[in-house]
Structures are given as structure tokens and as C-alpha cells.
Design a protein around this ligand. Structure first.
Ligand code: HEC
Length: 149
């Protein structure tokens, strides 16, 4: 029985079903830093900022998924500071991995002060947006619509 359970976990991991958000975040930490604080003038902080974005509801959730899938380019403001860089797309991540890394970021560094009723990101949500194939500039247009300053 035990062997079967181990095998099941290995198979699920292989399929990306049990994607480990913390492990995937290693691909983000070079820019956004291990503590999520980013680097002033270069990489925006994810700590503190992401709860503000999910508080915008569906549009905020879609924006976050699209940043990871398609990248981002344009002048944004995060935690009161300006950034105008380029984030590359992470389209090579599976749907489950995109959901897992966002859930990891949203439960780290005090980001867990999330709106009431917040639901974790799901692979299905990511899958539905992948087909949009946006450019990083189009993702920036969605940031503007959120009305964050
Ligand atoms: C090569 C550097 C780099 C890597 C790696 C990177 N990012 Fe980014 N990220 C950026 C930059 C630069 C911006 C801001 C782009 C701009 O100014 O338009 C950004 C913006 C963001 C935003 C939007 C923040 C906001 O306030 O609207 C999110 C969310 C984000 N990144 C998440 C991630 C995640 C999750 C990963 C890992 C899967 C990741 N990033 C990997 C450079 C990076």
C-alpha cells in the first residue's frame, strides 16, 4: 500500500498536479528577490502589492495570471514606487505551476492579508487565459484598467 501511495505522488508531481509554488518561485527570485521586496528602480516588490491587486476581483486575478503567462512591459507603480521594465513571459510553466507560484506569492511575506472569500488560483483559471496569447504591452493595458497608483 505504502509503495502505491509513493508511486501516486510521483505520478502526480510528474503531471504537475502537485506543483510546488515555493520551488517554482526560485525562477522569480532572481528579480523579485527571495523576500519578495524586489529591487528599487528595477524589479517591483510582490510583497504588499499583490493583495491590492487581488482585491480588484476578477480583473486583478486575470491580470496576475497574464503577467506570468505573457510577461509585462510598461510604466507601473507598485507600493508607491515607479517601475518601467520588462518581465519575460513564463509560458513554459504548466497551468498548475502558474497557479501554484501565484498561490505561493499570495501566502508569503505578509501577503496573506487577502480579501475575505479569496479563493486560491486554480489550473483551470490559468488554462482559460492561456489561449489569449497577449503581448507584454497588452498585459500592461490591463494593469492600467485596474486603476492602481
Ligand atoms: C528577469 C526578471 C524577472 C523575473 C525572472 C520575473 N519577473 Fe516579475 N516582473 C519583472 C519586472 C521588470 C516587472 C515590472 C515590469 C514593468 O515595469 O512593466 C515584473 C512584474 C511582475 C508582476 C506585476 C507586479 C505589479 O505590481 O503589477 C508580477 C505579479 C510578477 N512580476 C510576478 C512574477 C513571478 C510570479 C515570477 C516567476 C514566475 C516573475 N515575476 C519573474 C521582472 C521579472
Amino acid at each position: 500500500m505504502k509503495k502505491l501511495a509513493v508511486l501516486a505522488v510521483v505520478v502526480l508531481l510528474g503531471a504537475g498536479v502537485l506543483a510546488d509554488g515555493g520551488q517554482i518561485y526560485a525562477q522569480c527570485a532572481g528579480c523579485h528577490q527571495v523576500n519578495g521586496q524586489g529591487i528599487p528602480g528595477a524589479f517591483p516588490p510582490l510583497a504588499g502589492e499583490l493583495p491590492r491587486i487581488v482585491a480588484k476581483g476578477d480583473a486583478g486575478r486575470k491580470y496576475l495570471i497574464q503577467v506570468v503567462l505573457f510577461g509585462l512591459q510598461g510604466p507601473i507603480v507598485a507600493q508607491g514606487k515607479s517601475f518601467n521594465g520588462v518581465m519575460p513571459p513564463f509560458a513554459h510553466l504548466t497551468d498548475a505551476e502558474v497557479a501554484a507560484v501565484l498561490n505561493h506569492v499570495l501566502t508569503s511575506w505578509g501577503n496573506d492579508k487577502l480579501p475575505k472569500g479569496f479563493k486560491p488560483f486554480s489550473a483551470a483559471e490559468v488554462k482559460a487565459l492561456r489561449a489569449r496569447k497577449l503581448t507584454p504591452q497588452q498585459v500592461f493595458a490591463d494593469w492600467k484598467k485596474l486603476g492602481l497608483k
